[in-house]
Design a protein around this ligand. Sequence first.
Ligand code: ZN
Length: 431
Amino acid sequence: MIDSLITQVQYQAEERQEELFALLAELIAFPTVSPPARNTLKAQQYMEEKLKASGFETKLWEVYPGDLNVTAVKLGTERDTHRSLLLNGHMDVAEVSDTREWQSDPFKLTMKNGRAFGRGTADMKGGLAALLFTVKLLTEAGVELKGDLLFHSVIGEEAGEAGTRACMERGYRADLAVVADTSGLAIQGQGGVITAWVTVQSPCTYHDGMRSQMIHAGGGVQAASAIEKMVKLITGLQELERHWAVTKSYPGFPAGSNTINPAVIEGGRHAAFIADRCSLWITVHFYPNEDYISVAAEIEAHLIGVAQGDPWLRENPPTFRWGGRSMIEERGEIFPSLELDTESDGLKALFANHQEVLGTAPEISMSSTVTDAGWLGRAGIPTIIYGPGDLSNAHSVDESIDLKELVDYVKVMIAFIADWCNRTKPECNID
Ligand SMILES: [Zn+2]
């Protein structure tokens, strides 16, 4: 049962919702578009200031020049014995290609017909503003939290950059994490994504005039066009993709969601040469119960097998560069997958609070996109994606969010944080 103090705080959330919209307006006004990125300093300083005002100890630290993470913690009053919670959200937003397509300025919050319009309202400054407002109201009301409450405002999510990954590498951990990315108040897990560069490289470079000797009887030159050999590998990838489509599946995903996309190809040097190098950039989607390491190994083994069937590729097998920490810096990214444990305490607690506060059970589903949640899960933190905003609005022209949904999210999170952070750690339960 939700006690009367929490009910009062939720009442405040309704009464003072204009403050929430003002926070959102301030966040939207920072044009933290990515790419080009490297533009979150002011926005993150703003976050840090707001978190300090709500009693958090904060750190602002550089991931890339001009792009900083904020990691904050409000230490629990009985932190050794009570459960901690990590709230995660990203400050960067999708790029805005042409502002003329927008009905209003994407960096000026506009409210109309119960919705707020602006770049990042749905993905995911709405979530960040809501979390800021939640911790502000909890702090002002003097709600005691016995376990630690961590708040990470990260950079780089839109361009596959390692904002959240860097937090995990710094060793931040909690008993549960909630990623407030766009889920329409559904409790979600996700599949994963990894990119790779597959490269065919000839040890020798030949002039175009040599081609007849390479391909005709009696030519005697054992050589190949890297572009033509890449065609074999692309065919191999299609066969593996089809094999995956019929042999792998996961509840909540349409069959064949595990795709291998040959996204970009670069090869050859000039019309006067035989192509001595060809690189293929692939994007691989995999299911929540798969890890990117094993998926990468599977693709490599398959393509090496394809290469074994070709006399030239057997001698000159393809090489692989998997993933990367940034699409901008390295042209590579990884989003680990996230499975949901519907029997876990965290999921049950969030489910129950949502149901009690809003009167309906939340949907439990799989996100059709990827978020930073996979990095938290992979670091061993039980993690849930749960945030306001719908995906059809993320990245879109005239991006918007439902204002009532935003307030509902705050009300659920008020109850959930007060519940979770005041539970004893399982190992501290004395029967
Ligand atoms: Zn997002």
